[in-house]
Design a protein around this ligand. Structure first.
Ligand SMILES: Cc1cc2nc3c(=O)[nH]c(=O)nc-3n(C[C@H](O)[C@H](O)[C@H](O)COP(=O)(O)OP(=O)(O)OC[C@H]3O[C@@H](n4cnc5c(N)ncnc54)[C@H](O)[C@@H]3O)c2cc1C
Ligand code: SF4
Ligand code: SF4
Length: 1005
């Protein structure tokens, strides 16, 4: 749809006058909505996120009047490009998020509700919405309805369409109507709908026989308009017919879904087989036992899964050629167990089809086996450049009894074309997700893919199968619609012209007026020269050659980073805004666009910075993204480029220089502290520096910890013989460098240099003091390097890389020498530990950065290692306290389990409730700013809710910013775990007084 910029601007202005929701027409927003989880890319005209149904109606009316195509969009996790288009993207995830009503057997929801969030709510009343796509954590009910989604348990629970009672829909002319099983007669005041329903009825009746017969021979199919079983007792089941229509007939704005009881019995069996044949035989033997799921992984997928998942490595023997996971659901655990036992006896003991069998009939064991199977798909994403498993022909279904023969034919086909592929097969349903390994940046591979699809689909149709059983027709599979359905295809076209005569609703999907050429929409790879020059354009941080472009292209758009539920943590700002721009996926798309721009300065533009500012460097996506894309580093680089060109605004400049202000304020604390509680001063601070007047600020210590340390003699050190220290590579951008485990030798030396960082130095030296005392109590020789500076995270977070580098250089000068002398560096502030172990490697290509990274450990990790060696003193007095311990993002980002709660539980009578549900929302200095105050509290709300529980008397967390938020949001005192340890050891009785002192209204004390 060619549109010139003037037309686009006019449309944008028109829509801004009409729509109450968001209207996004700028270049970057268009780029962010140009991709989904498929291999395609189509730049839209713009995007809108309507506020409610009326708003959507206005948009549709406007588009209808201007002939603008409309593309409804859920989470964009579709794999066939079904939510892409050159028209207006209508994002229904941002505002249509309400669960309207939960009844005993049904639930009424808006389309933007995420399946996993819905099921979390339903679980509270012992129910669930049964269709279970693997993307449940992110996909929306609207997307599920529109693709007629299903999952591994399809054989038991069927497709989404089988669980819908009624819907509200918006038609092509903007009319909204509630639909269910409709008589083909007129509804009052619904002229357009009456027209549609009468014509649809005629069409369905006239072609009833064709609709019945022109179907694939497989019982599982979701391709095309699903017209079978739609007319029941003379009524048209409109929701059932619209399910799977991929937004081409109407918009869903609400749905009434039937729910199922959560069953008590579940047993899972994992069969490791020596051949694909044996695995398929085992599946056949399982079928009479009526399993609820039956997933098969081939050798290639198995080996990828084994290398990506520790669970798989230990559960699956090396010589396994195929693996089958079979699940039984039943009303009671005993019933489920019996089925599983019967299967094992049959396939393992009697038929000897398996090398190894695992059975689990308890929830934890079953979850572990499922986790292993679920890690299969993400393992495909972690592969970098070059040949990767391509999702294009991945949605095939054949009659289940022909599956074995079909797979043999496919393997022959692959062999004849010298291609390899991974297979994930829902075996009992005859569904095969086949992903050939190809490099789509190479033209020859693109052609091979086209030819392979052609040959493969011919086999599928020969077997009476379908080209789509699960994922969608979209751009990828619409071209095969006519071939699969033959005489039924013209009926699809008629249906489309009844509902959407102008072809404005998601045009080109399912039926198309023009031929669809999927390969012309292939997602653009970075042009070769852009990939080559990416590092030269934006290299304010340390990158390996061509690493930036490789990182950007490794993001496959899967959308997993839109997850909103625990235990996942990413992405705090997405969870607050629900805006695509805030998602980590958007950040990868942003850089892909910017790097492809001929203007090398594009990266430093204000609009780019605005998207980059939607990353608060919590680093959670870097560890939770299945492809391990290092989004936070990419965003730091982007902010750095902006800083390099434009500097900082006043507020960011102040935050970047936090350490200088803290040093100054500590020196003049007698003057400064009263001002922190003074309304006028806080108002002024907000006006001048942008620091929220609502945020209670921590007072400054009148003596910094480094001064205290000097007075106590902690800054002196013995000078042992230097030790040889091996350094690794210094240019590390792997977000999770495996640091060497703390060995017995390291512990024996018991010499640690304590790194305090800003907060413990200038605001709360009691933390640093507790750290030193607890370490000494446990026999450590502690040295406090007097020339240490803060870690430099504040300037780095603002993109002021030069200042951050100065901090890094100073600290490395001090710390590397200590490491060479045999000292280990210990940090009580997780962010400081992260800076020393990861970010300094990104800031400086310096061997000292590597040796400091390898020798740095976070305090609770050190103490826990000591405990594991049996060397932590346990001469604690009991503390009868109920604590809520919040696990900070940066503790998780260090890549080890959080040790704080376990350490605290060593204290007699201490009751510790681990809070690991969300970011605290502070994100360093983010929550200090006026414009972020509310968002910060929303981001931290799940954590605060846990903290407010009556059984939790006090808070605990390693991170100083998190503790600020904990006190601010709950009114409960929050300390570093080492302070509780110091109290329990009897080293710092004054901690008890601190716990008793109420938190001041205006200033944190
Ligand atoms: C890792 C991964 C695993 C997956 N596993 C499965 C699986 O097991 N089973 C499965 O079925 N799918 C699976 N999918 C595909 C995808 O998640 C599903 O198709 C899902 O239902 C799409 O939901 P969505 O919210 O992302 O919708 P989108 O992808 O945004 O949109 C899908 C379609 O729905 C339309 N649409 C969205 N909202 C509306 C609305 N309100 N009204 C009208 N039309 C609308 C869009 O126009 C589009 O045609 C997987 C995807 C990924 C990335
Ligand atoms: S950043 Fe990771 S999780 Fe997000 S879309 Fe990209 S690959 Fe998927
Ligand atoms: S680092 Fe954190 S804030 Fe930034 S994109 Fe990733 S999850 Fe979101």
């Amino acid at each position: 749809m060619p549109i010139d910029p003037t037309q686009r601007e006019r449309m944008r202005d028109d829509l801004r006058g009409i729509v109450r929701g968001d209207v996004l027409f700028d270049e970057l927003s268009r780029a962010l909505y140009a991709t989904d989880a498929s291999i395609f890319e189509v730049e839209p005209l713009g995007a809108v996120a309507p506020l409610d149904e009326e708003d959507l109606q206005e948009v549709v009316r406007y588009c209808a009047s201007q002939n603008i195509p409309m593309v409804p969009r859920g989470a964009g996790t579709g794999m066939a490009g079904e939510s892409l288009g050159s028209g207006l993207i209508i994002d229904l995830t941002r505002h249509f998020r309400k669960i309207v009503a939960i009844d005993s057997e049904t639930v009424r929801v808006q389309p933007g509700v995420v399946l996993q969030n819905l099921n979390a709510k339903l679980a509270a009343i012992g129910r669930r919405f049964a269709p279970d796509p693997a993307s449940a954590a992110t996909c929306t009910i609207g997307g599920m309805l529109a693709t007629n989604a299903s999952g591994s348990r399809l054989i038991r629970h069927g497709y989404t369409r089988e669980h819908v009672d009624a819907c509200r829909i918006v038609l092509d002319n903007g009319d909204a109507v509630s639909v269910g099983r409709q008589p083909p007669t007129a509804l009052p005041n619904q002229a357009r709908f009456n027209d549609i329903i009468v014509q649809t009825n005629e069409l369905l009746r006239a072609h009833a026989e064709l609709i019945r017969t022109a179907q694939p021979r497989t019982p599982f199919n979701r391709f095309g308009y699903l017209l079978d079983g739609v007319v029941v007792n003379g009524l048209i089941d409109v929701p059932r017919m619209l399910a799977g229509s991929e937004g081409t007939l109407a918009f869903f704005t609400e749905a009434t879904l039937r729910t199922q009881p959560l069953l008590e019995g579940r047993a899972v069996v994992l069969l490791c087989c020596g051949s694909l044949d044996a695995a398929l035989k085992a599946v056949q033997l399982a079928e009479p036992l009526r399993p609820s799921a039956c997933d098969l992984l081939d050798r290639r997928l198995l080996s990828l899964t084994r290398s990506a998942s520790h669970d798989a490595e230990s559960l699956v023997p090396n010589d396994a050629e195929a693996l089958v996971l079979i699940e039984f659901e039943a009303n009671t655990p005993a019933e489920a167990h019996l089925s599983a036992r019967t299967l094992v006896d049959l396939v393992h003991a009697r038929e000897r089809l398996t090398l190894r069998v695992q059975m689990a009939h308890d929830p934890a064991g079953a979850a572990e086996l499922w986790r292993m199977r679920e890690s299969a798909l993400p393992s495909l994403y972690g592969l970098g450049r070059g040949a990767r498993p391509v999702a294009y022909v991945e949605d095939i279904g054949v009659p289940p009894n022909l599956l074995g023969q079909f797979l043999t034919r496919v393997q022959d086909l692959l062999q004849s074309r010298e291609m390899t592929a991974s297979f994930l097969v829902h075996a009992a349903a005859g569904q095969a997700h086949i992903r050939p390994f190809l490099d789509l940046s190479v033209e020859a591979d693109v052609r091979r893919l086209e030819a392979f699809a052609e040959a493969l689909y011919s086999i599928v149709l020969e077997f009476g199968g379908t080209v789509s059983t699960q994922h969608g027709a979209g751009i990828a599979r619409t071209p095969w619609m006519a071939r699969q359905y033959g005489p039924l295809y013209p009926i699809f076209r008629e249906l489309k012209s009844i509902w959407d005569p102008k072809h404005l609703l998601n045009p080109g999907k399912i039926v198309s007026l023009e031929p669809v050429h999927p390969m012309s929409h292939l997602r653009r790879r970075l042009p070769a020269e852009a990939a080559e020059t990416a590092n030269a354009r934006v290299t304010l941080l340390v990158w390996n050659p061509s690493e930036i472009s490789a990182q950007v292209e490794t993001c496959n758009g899967c959308g997993h980073c839109r997850i909103e539920s625990s235990p996942a943590r990413m992405c705090p700002l997405f969870r607050v805004t629900h805006a695509e721009q805030a998602s980590p996926r958007a950040k990868a798309n942003l850089l892909r666009r910017v790097l492809a721009d001929p203007d090398p300065k594009r990266v430093s533009a204000a609009d780019v910075r605005a998207v980059a500012d939607l990353c608060i460097n919590c680093k959670m996506c870097a560890s939770e993204c299945p492809a391990r894309v290092n989004i936070p580093k990419l965003m730091l680089e982007t902010k750095a480029a902006h800083f390099d060109e434009h500097g900082l605004d006043r507020s960011d400049w102040v935050l970047a220089r936090l350490e200088g202000f803290a040093r100054f304020s500590s020196q003049f604390s007698l003057l400064v502290n009263p001002l922190l509680g003074n309304r006028l001063a806080r108002w002024l601070m907000e006006k001048v520096f942008g620091i929220s007047r609502r945020r209670r600020l921590p007072p400054f210590a009148w003596r910094s910890f480094l001064r205290i340390a000097e007075e106590r003699g902690w800054t002196k050190r013995t000078r042992p013989e230097p030790v040889a220290v091996q350094s690794g590579s210094s240019s590390g951008s792997d977000p999770f460098i495996e640091l060497p485990p703390l060995t017995a030798n390291h512990l024996k030396s018991k010499k640690v240099a304590y790194f305090a960082d800003v907060f413990a130095n200038y605001n709360d030296p009691a933390i640093a003091e507790a750290a030193v005392r607890v370490l000494e109590h446990n026999g450590f020789e502690v040295h406090v390097p007097p020339m240490q500076w803060g870690s430099g995270v504040a300037p780095l977070a603002q993109g002021d890389v030069e200042t951050a580098r100065e901090y890094a250089q100073q600290n490395l000068r001090v710390l590397a020498e200590l490491v060479r002398e045999g000292w280990r560096i210990v940090c009580s502030e997780p962010t400081a530990a992260l800076m020393l172990t990861h970010d300094y490697l990104d800031l400086l290509d310096d061997p000292d950065a590597a040796i400091v990274a390898e020798s740095t450990i976070e305090l609770t990790e050190l103490l826990w290692s000591l405990h594991e060696q049996g060397e932590l003193r346990t001469d604690f007095t009991s503390l009868n306290l109920g604590l809520g311990h919040h696990v900070p993002c940066h503790i998780k980002a260090l890549g080890k389990p959080a040790r704080g709660p376990a350490l605290l539980r060593l204290i007699p009578q201490m009751r510790v409730h681990t809070i690991d549900v969300s970011c605290s929302g502070m994100a360093g200095t983010y929550g200090l700013k006026r414009e972020h105050y509310d968002a910060s509290l929303i981001a931290g709300a799940p954590m605060l809710e846990e903290l407010r529980r009556p059984r939790v008397l006090f808070g605990s967390s390693e991170c100083s910013a998190c503790r600020m938020q904990m006190e601010e949001g709950s009114g409960k005192r929050a300390l570093h775990p080492v302070q509780y340890l110091a109290l329990a050891y009897g080293l710092m009785p004054e901690v008890e007084r601190r716990l008793r002192t109420p938190i001041s209204e205006s200033v944190l004390t």
